[in-house]
Write a protein that binds this ligand. Sequence first.
Ligand code: OOG
Ligand code: NI
Length: 446
Amino acid sequence: MTEHMHPDAIRTLFSQAMSDMYRTEVPQYGTLIDLVREVNADTLVADPALSAQLRAAGELDRLDVERHGAIRLGSAQELQAIRRMFAVMGMFPVGYYDLSVAGIPVHSTAFRPVDETSLKRNPFRVFTSLLRLDLIKDRTLVAEAEEILNQRQIVTDGAFALMDRAEANGGLTEAEAEEFVREALETFRWHSDATVSAETYEKLVAAHRLVADVVSFRGPHINHLTPRTLDIDAVQRAMPERGIDPKAVIEGPPRRAADILLRQTSFKALQEEVIFHGIPGTHLARFGEIEQRGVALTPKGRALYDLALAEVRAGKSGSYTERLEAGFAALPDNHDTMRRDALAFYRYRATGTAPASKADSLDALIDSGALVADPQVYEDFLPVSAAGIFQSNLGSDDQSSYRPAANKDAFETALGAQVSDEIALYAATEAKSLVIALETLGQSHL
Ligand code: OOG
Ligand code: NI
């Protein structure tokens, strides 16, 4: 019997290797990681209640390893190869994001762990976009782009061999896993030698900067890695002191007492030197980003979020921050109300103190302290925020808008699998945790 390394452990090896590689490729990322670690440590000291809550919910340990990355792919074959690669590390496609509404010719999913234990060990996720050449008008250029993409192989032979072996044997040994991570890393490495001429590159840029970014290189270089901070405003303020130039506004909800969903900000993409068939030039590619995560919202809560954000974005009076705060007034800023109004998802746990008699409501059990509802971290992404991040790192001249054309079916066909519904995952976690907690407390009648 050969021992297989747990996919969660392979994911941790991979996420660490990616972080080390990106630190050498983009030194500002290292600066940002250090800053986030300092701010998180300060926040936990200054807010013992938050610290205790995270520890009790089992979420403190994942904080230091937590990050997400993003890649952009050119074809269905590439997307399928990447799906198989991530599956070896326990990362599966969750959610569908249509970015065409924001003028970006891609649709996306997030590869991430899905079960609770795996999320607690290491929630590493990769926002993965597939280029939509069907939205590009210049069909001659599209044919040329497809031809170029057909000639590249983004996954090494060594990685393919180990993916075959993992699928056949149901896993990889530790030695195989280490080799697999080394091979997988090659897919996401930066290449400063483009595969196209300067002239072709300019034509691709004219179609859309994103087309050029996907088509002109040997592989889907990781374009950012994002650590999770507990205080994004503090990091945003401190960035300039460390020589980092952040984008002007933080995407997502305003600062709140009870964090919801996801707040994100990035530093501008670097102008990098690239050789186009022997001719030096530049390309805007890689950037840095930080995020603060809050509770996952139910469809009812999310509808309120979407409405508030739309109002804020349409509004003209006051500063963006003022409009944000006013616009979000309709979303109660405390977990108790959000839970009672079914606006957000929670995970229930029993504390040591079981009540002697039968409680007559869930709220009574919670008030007595026997039952605790921890907010479930939002593990996914937000399309409007993602569009803001894309735009800020592509250069703001790309504002073309496509006819909104979400096409989840086409995406799943290209993927060769269905994406999971993130809402169903949060709802299942909540329901399961409640059954177990009530059983533990002898309160299954509720
Ligand atoms: C992905 C941008 C989206 C996020 O955190 O929303 C993203 C990209 O630029 O490829 O990473
Ligand atoms: Ni990101």
